[in-house]
Design a protein. Structure first.
Length: 379
């Protein structure tokens, strides 16, 4: 009896990948890598745009908010000054100034200095901090180191106060002094025993050794407040320097807020709101770069131009404008390095990081009423 035999299974054919299959796989992998890198590039570009855009938005908002708060205080302490007194050049002295102890400033709430050919403007803001007196007081006698106030007029003045004296002449003479004593009661001082007297002797930081000279013995005093309090009188200058909004304290009293306020600010533009017809409304045609009468200035409008730090070779920005609408004004733009714009458009090849159009911009603007000046002239 023979044993049944089973048929042997056929032997499978063994082999690897062919060269064509390997090349096809590499091609598919390379295409996938290109797609991945393109997605990453687009994602990174969008992230950079959002990040730098957020930084520019924050810088512009903080800069405008800080400047607006400063301007809102403008004119405190001399808001009731007569038209002939406002705008006079105040002769001042500071014994601690490193370069030139004598300086001048304008007795006005906010002075706008227009930049040449569209360059950034600057704004000088003057405000006091007195909690005792914010109205003018007349003086009836004057020497180089003393002023005698009219009857009942010395109350509200304290040692350490900064006072602006204005004469009644035309044009008036104005000077800044610091109260050092009141009344004169020390042995040998002259005149002595005057309860209406305010002294500003050379011992004060803001008193010139030669004293304050006046053409006439009569005039008015405006109390800017004490240098001994945390919130001192302020004379601040706001400008754009090196793509930064900076603030300088011309009195040198501030201990905080010096130097840079916001980064990425490339332009500052400002105008006066002049109520020339006296209807208590600033009309479209009453915004001006200059003012003939400080008593007609009711507000200023300010615009900050913030630039994103992200250069986008595919982006071409239009010329930024402020005060949109019928009275829109265009910012005068320069190349990123500060030189004159020589590109004209975005046709340069390859795209240049020096072309301002390759960046994104945001405009932050507001109108700030000069409320201290408005209240000071209210009937």
């Amino acid at each position: 009896m023979t044993k049944p035999t089973s048929a042997s299974a056929p032997r499978l054919r063994e082999g690897g990948l062919s060269l064509v299959e390997i090349l096809v796989g590499l091609l598919i992998g390379m295409i996938g890598m290109v797609v991945i890198f393109q997605v990453l590039t687009v994602s990174e570009q969008r992230r950079r745009t959002a990040t730098f855009g957020s930084e520019a938005q924050t810088a512009g908002a903080i800069g405008l908010y800080t400047l607006q708060r400063e301007v809102q205080l403008a004119g405190y302490g001399f808001g009731a000054a007569d038209p002939a007194q406002t705008g006079c050049s105040v002769a001042a002295f500071d014994a601690t100034r490193p370069s030139g102890q004598s300086f001048n400033f304008v007795l006005a709430p906010a002075v706008i200095t227009q930049g040449a050919s569209g360059a950034p403007d600057s704004i000088t803001v003057l405000s006091g901090n007195s909690s005792r007196i914010v109205s003018q007081r007349a003086f009836t006698a004057s020497t180089a180191t003393t002023k005698t106030m009219e009857t009942g007029g010395r109350s509200g003045f304290a040692i350490g106060d900064l006072i602006v004296y204005v004469t009644t002449g035309t044009p008036p003479a104005c000077a800044l002094v610091q109260v050092t004593a009141l009344p004169c009661s020390a042995a040998g001082c002259s005149p002595s025993g005057s309860d209406l007297e305010v002294r500003h002797e050379a011992a004060g930081r803001f008193n010139s050794p030669s004293g304050a000279s006046f053409a006439t013995p009569q005039g008015f005093a405006f109390n800017l407040g004490s240098v001994n309090l945390p919130n001192q009188p302020r004379l601040t200058q706001w400008s754009v320097n090196g793509d930064r909004l900076v603030m300088t304290d011309a009195f040198g009293l501030a201990t905080q807020g010096e130097g840079e306020i916001s980064d990425g600010i490339v332009n500052l533009q400002a105008q006066y709101g002049v109520d020339g017809n006296g209807n208590n409304v600033i009309e479209a045609a009453e915004w001006s770069d200059t003012t003939a009468s400080w008593r007609d200035v009711r507000a200023i409008r300010v615009a900050l131009l913030a630039r994103s730090g992200d250069w986008d070779r595919e982006h071409c920005n239009a010329n930024p404008q402020w005060t949109s609408g019928a009275g829109a004004q265009t910012f005068a733009m320069r190349s990123v390095d500060g030189s004159a714009d020589s590109f004209g458009d975005c046709s340069e090849s390859p795209p240049s990081p020096n072309n301002w159009r390759r960046y994104r911009y945001r405009v932050y603007e507001t109108i700030v009423p000069l409320r201290n000046m408005i209240w000071g002239t209210a009937p």
